[in-house]
Write a protein that binds this ligand. Sequence first.
Ligand code: URA
Length: 229
Amino acid sequence: MAIHGQTKNQYRALRAMAIESWELRSNQPIDEITPDSISHNQKKNDWPSLNTRICNCTACDLHVHRIQAVCGAGNVNADCLIIGEAPGAEEDGKGEPFVGPAGMLLNEMLSSIGLDRNVVFVANILKCRPPQNRDPSLTEIAKCLPYLEEQIALIDPKLIIAVGRIAAQSLLNSNQAIGRMRGEIYQYGKNHIPLVVTYHPAYLLRSPAQKAKSWNDLLLAHNILNQVN
Ligand code: URA
């Protein structure tokens, strides 16, 4: 009989030498363990390691000037994941996404469809602040996106709301203008997570006339969440 993959004699010999053997936590062969098959509790354990990797990341030059990386914040079991562009000065200082004026408007937008900021998870395409809040470069996006992909796999949300052009284009691998992307339900990734696009709250602060369109996008998001719950 095999114990933890060893024969009884090997097991006894290892025990006699006080060597503890490693044990697979599930009966599944290791090459069959996929992100989908990881249990809820095991998934939760991956957040600390992911956040540590993000906070120590030096994959692009943005790490040089950051005060801190902004991993994301909120409910790790959220139905709804909000994805913005990148931290600004205030987020860089506080280590939390969307805490400046755009964040205040984001909170209002969420509450208009009955979502408290604490029930959703908020993250960005980039985890570090681009200098002078310039647009992220394609290289920076490519280096940083795997972190967001891990976050999406861990949260496994029922809906993603991409706020702003950079988030929408990066997630949907598109060059389209945001005005043409909004108003539709997309499917993200192999789990076909519904994704809707809306204007960035910083843009809405500059162009309040567009708020009505954003309201329609939020209603679309609300309807999707109602259908899945
Ligand atoms: N704008 C974003 O896109 N993300 C933030 O976290 C703050 C401002």
